[in-house]
Design a protein around this ligand. Structure first.
Ligand SMILES: NC(=O)c1ccc[n+]([C@@H]2O[C@H](COP(=O)([O-])OP(=O)(O)OC[C@H]3O[C@@H](n4cnc5c(N)ncnc54)[C@H](O)[C@@H]3O)[C@@H](O)[C@H]2O)c1
Length: 345
C-alpha cells in the first residue's frame, strides 16, 4: 500500500493494547507497546504472551514491549492510547514531557470513559495535554471505539469499530491502514457521540449484570438495554452527539455486545456485586483489569444533573455502587417509578 506507515506505538500493555497490537502486526512492520509493569513487559518480550491479560494468546515477533517511553515513541507514525480512562491525562502529560513525541503524528484513543474530575471526553483531555507541547505541534486526535472485546479480536473473530477524528486529520488513510481481514473500521465524524456512547454503555452493562445476579430473565435484560439506550440518547444529544451515531456500532452495537457477553468485565462485575461475592469496594480491589463503568456512573450522573437529563438506571447503579443501596430495592424502585409514555413528547 502506498506510503504505508511502519511503526505504531501503543500506550498500555493490558488486554486491549495486546490484542489490538497483535492485529496491527499483520499489516504493520513494527508495533511497540509501552508499559509500567515490568512483569507484563518481560512476559511479552520473553514468552510472546501476556498471560494475566490475554491468556495463552501468542503475540507475533514484530510486537515488543518496553518500559522506556522514548523507545516506544521514537520514529512512531501513530500513537494509540490504551490505558484506563482515569489515567489518560497523566500518561499524556508524561508523553508530552518526554520530548520524544514525533511531530504531528496522529494520536488515537481506544479507552472508553470520561475523566470524572473534569467531566471531559478523553479526546478533549488529550488535546488539553498536547497544548503544553513546546514547540507546538499539530497532532490530529481521534478515537477508535466500538464492540471489540480483546479476547475475540485475539482470536481473529470478525469485529467492526468506528474511527472518529477531529477535522485536521485525513482519517480515510488511517481507516485503511488500521483495517484488516477480520477487523473492519468505519469512519464517523461525530466524535462527541462516539465517545459518549462508548463510555455510557458500560453503566448499562453493570445494570444488566446486577439484574442477572438477582436472577432476572431475558425480559429484564431486553428492558434494561432498551431503556438504557433511551438514557444514552437523551444525555448524548445534550452533549452534542447525533442520533445516527447512537444507532451505530459505538451506540447500540457496543451496548448489545457489552450487555450480553461473558467477556464483559462491567456485566460480570455487576453480577458479582448482586450475587453477594463481596462489596463493590472489595470486588474492585480484586480486579486485575479496569472496570470502566464504575467511574463512568459517577461522571454520567454529574453530567445528567448539569444538563438536566433524567437517568433513572444510571442513578440506581450509582447508588448500589456508592451508597450501599440494596440491589433488590434499586430494581423495585425502577419498576415502581411513575408510569409514563414510552417515547419522549
Ligand atoms: N479489553 C477490551 O476488550 C477492551 C476493548 C475496547 C476498549 N477497551 C478499553 O481500553 C482501555 C484499557 O482497557 P484494557 O482492557 O486494556 O485494560 P487492562 O486493565 O487490561 O490494562 C490496562 C493497562 O494500563 C496500564 N496502566 C494502568 N495505569 C497506568 C498508568 N498510570 N500509567 C501507565 N499505564 C497504566 C496497566 O499496566 C495495563 O497495562 C479501557 O478504557 C477499556 O474500556 C478495552
Amino acid at each position: 500500500m502506498e506510503n504505508m506507515p511502519r511503526k505504531a506505538a501503543i500506550l498500555g500493555t493490558g488486554s486491549w493494547a495486546s490484542a489490538f497490537g497483535r492485529h496491527l502486526c499483520h499489516k504493520w512492520e513494527r508495533v511497540v507497546l509501552w508499559g509500567i509493569d515490568d512483569k507484563q513487559v518481560r512476559s511479552i518480550n520473553q514468552t510472546g504472551t501476556n498471560p494475566d491479560y490475554l491468556g495463552s494468546t501468542v503475540l507475533p515477533p514484530n510486537l515488543r514491549a518496553t518500559l522506556d517511553l522514548g523507545d516506544a515513541l521514537r520514529n512512531a507514525d501513530i500513537l494509540f492510547v490504551v490505558v484506563p480512562s482515569q489515567v489518560v491525562r497523566a500518561v499524556m502529560a508524561q508523553v508530552v514531557a518526554s520530548g520524544s513525541l514525533p511531530p504531528d503524528i496522529p494520536i488515537v484513543n481506544l479507552a472508553k470513559g470520561f475523566e470524572v474530575a473534569s467531566l471531559k471526553r478523553l479526546s478533549e483531555v488529550i488535546e488539553e495535554e498536547l497544548a503544553a507541547l513546546n514547540p507546538p505541534s499539530a497532532h490530529p486526535v481521534a478515537v477508535l471505539l466500538g464492540p471489540s472485546h480483546a479476547e475475540e479480536v485475539a482470536l481473529e473473530l470478525p469485529t467492526a469499530v468506528v474511527l472518529s477524528g477531529t477535522a485536521n486529520g485525513d482519517w480515510s488513510h488511517w481507516q485503511a491502514w488500521i483495517s484488516g481481514p477480520f477487523f473492519r473500521v468505519y469512519t464517523n465524524p461525530d466524535i462527541a457521540g462516539v465517545e459518549f456512547a462508548s463510555a455510557f454503555k458500560n453503566i448499562i452493562a453493570l445494570a444488566v449484570g446486577m439484574a442477572d445476579g438477582l436472577g432476572a430473565g431475558d425480559n429484564t435484560r431486553g428492558t434494561l438495554m432498551t431503556r438504557g439506550m433511551v438514557e444514552l440518547s437523551r444525555l448524548g444529544k445534550a452533549l452534542g452527539g447525533r442520533p445516527e451515531t447512537f444507532a451505530g456500532l459505538a451506540g447500540i452495537g457496543d451496548m448489545i455486545t457489552t450487555c450480553i457477553s461473558h467477556h464483559s468485565r462491567n456485566r460480570n462485575f455487576g453480577e458479582a456485586v448482586t450475587a453477594g461475592h463481596g462489596s463493590p469496594e472489595e470486588l474492585l480491589t480484586e480486579c486485575v483489569q479496569v472496570v470502566e463503568g464504575v467511574e463512568m456512573a459517577k461522571a454520567a450522573l454529574k453530567l445528567g444533573e448539569k444538563h438536566n437529563v433524567e437517568l433513572p438506571i444510571t442513578k440506581q447503579v450509582h447508588d448500589v455502587l456508592f451508597s450501599g443501596k440494596p440491589p433488590r430495592q434499586a430494581m423495585r424502585e425502577l419498576m415502581e417509578r411513575e408510569l409514563r409514555p414510552e417515547t419522549d413528547a
